[in-house]
Design a protein around this ligand. Structure first.
Ligand SMILES: Cc1ncc(COP(=O)(O)O)c(C=O)c1O
Length: 373
């Protein structure tokens, strides 16, 4: 079987030593052995409460904890974020057949038209080529939809933020407030694809609960950075979440023994925010000090989160740089966009070594790769 090289490797996709600094992906990269190790250490400390087809046990504990963290009445465990988004949209549309999404978003670009194919709901993509759509674009789309030969109500609007395809750029909070308010005035349900919501919060200083309060429903990934091998949480009101597990099962997502994944996510979610805040501070310090090297420039993206472009004023062989860094236990994303730069993703692996040490290793690797280019 061919493996699609474009897939988001996220928390998985490689075997790394526990001291490796992996400046790609949002979380600590874990292989099967690491998951097993974490799971057995967890169950030695306290038994993992068994679920029944994703109902009860540690799945229910995770649901309650995430609902609290997101300031929502209720939350439901989903096997994937793809299904969490799908079920949220179906629920919010209440029979209406149109949903506004970002043209660069996961739902539109990376879900194989699941919503159109399986639920007969059409996606209306806005904000072509840019991380986000604007208030004005949404206003126009609502008006256009209602003024067609067959006036058609928009059922729901989804905002993905940070936007994975746009180097983690986020929609500014004020714009989210205005757009979700416009939706409320027009009886349009709102959903946040907050796969990386906790990253957005660390970058903006606005806590997850504040973001979540703007939306009817919110999805957060459990595997990208909470340490679970898979899973997602979909949160909303009691009324919205009641019986959603039946839809989960209808789509083939009522996993038996989901409690192992849920227990890992619950554990990871407790310590994540503090650790990630520390990692972001360390990342910014590292990048600022890196740019003291004359040929290195660093500038954050406008409305960026945890992904930073680092460019070089002299020609650097990025593959050679990547190889020289790997020898020193530092892993970067060596795919380039044809420009003489790399993208550094900040995650908790940055906490494994001091800034001085990483800086020293980076400078040496850079010297080698400039010399070899
Ligand atoms: C923004 C966003 N939404 C949804 C998903 C889907 O999550 P899952 O892979 O758990 O289905 C992803 C996964 O890459 C994502 O990046």
């Amino acid at each position: 079987m061919n493996i699609d090289k474009t897939v988001d490797k996220g928390a998985t996709g490689g075997v790394f030593s526990p001291t490796a600094i992996v400046l790609r992906g949002d979380g600590e990269p874990l292989d099967n052995a690491a998951y097993i190790e974490k799971l057995s250490s967890l169950s030695r400390r306290s038994p993992i409460a068994q679920d029944n087809y994703s109902l009860g046990g540690s799945v229910a504990e995770l649901e309650e904890s995430m609902a609290r963290m997101l300031g929502k009445e209720s939350a439901v465990f989903m096997p994937t974020g793809t299904l969490a988004n799908h079920i949220a949209v179906r629920k919010l549309c209440q029979g209406y057949s149109r949903v506004i999404v970002q043209e660069q978003g996961h739902l539109y670009r990376d879900s194989g038209d699941t919503i159109q194919q399986l639920s007969g709901i059409n996606l209306v993509p806005l904000g072509v080529g840019s991380p986000c759509f604007t208030y004005r674009e949404v206003q126009r789309a609502i008006e256009d939809s209602l003024s067609g030969r067959v006036p058609t109500q928009i059922g729901a609007l989804v905002i993905e933020s940070p936007v994975r395809r746009c180097h983690g750029q986020i929609m500014p909070f004020k714009e989210m407030q205005r757009i979700t308010q416009l939706c409320r005035e027009n009886s349009i349900g709102t959903h946040l694809d907050g796969a990386r919501l906790f990253m957005m919060s660390a970058a903006s200083g606005i806590n997850p609960e504040e973001y979540s309060s703007l939306f009817d429903t919110v999805y957060v990934s459990m595997w990208k950075y909470f340490g679970s091998p898979f899973g997602a949480i979909l949160a909303g009101t009691n009324e919205c979440c009641e019986n959603l597990y039946k839809q989960r099962r209808m789509f083939g997502g009522g996993l038996p023994s989901a409690s192992m994944a849920a227990a890992l996510a619950l554990e990871g979610s407790k310590s994540f925010q503090k650790q990630f805040d520390d990692a972001m501070k360390r990342g910014v310090e590292l990048l600022s000090r890196l740019s003291e090297i004359p040929e290195v420039q660093w500038e954050p993206y406008p409305n960026g989160s945890n992904i930073f472009p680092v460019s070089f004023s002299r020609k650097v062989d990025i593959n050679a740089l990547s190889g020289a860094l790997e020898k020193r236990g530092i892993f970067i994303n060596h795919e380039t966009d044809g420009i003489n730069r790399i993208h550094v993703t900040v995650n908790v692996t940055l906490l494994r070594k001091s800034v001085d040490q990483i800086l020293h290793d980076f400078s040496k690797a850079l010297e080698e790769s400039v010399a070899s280019s």
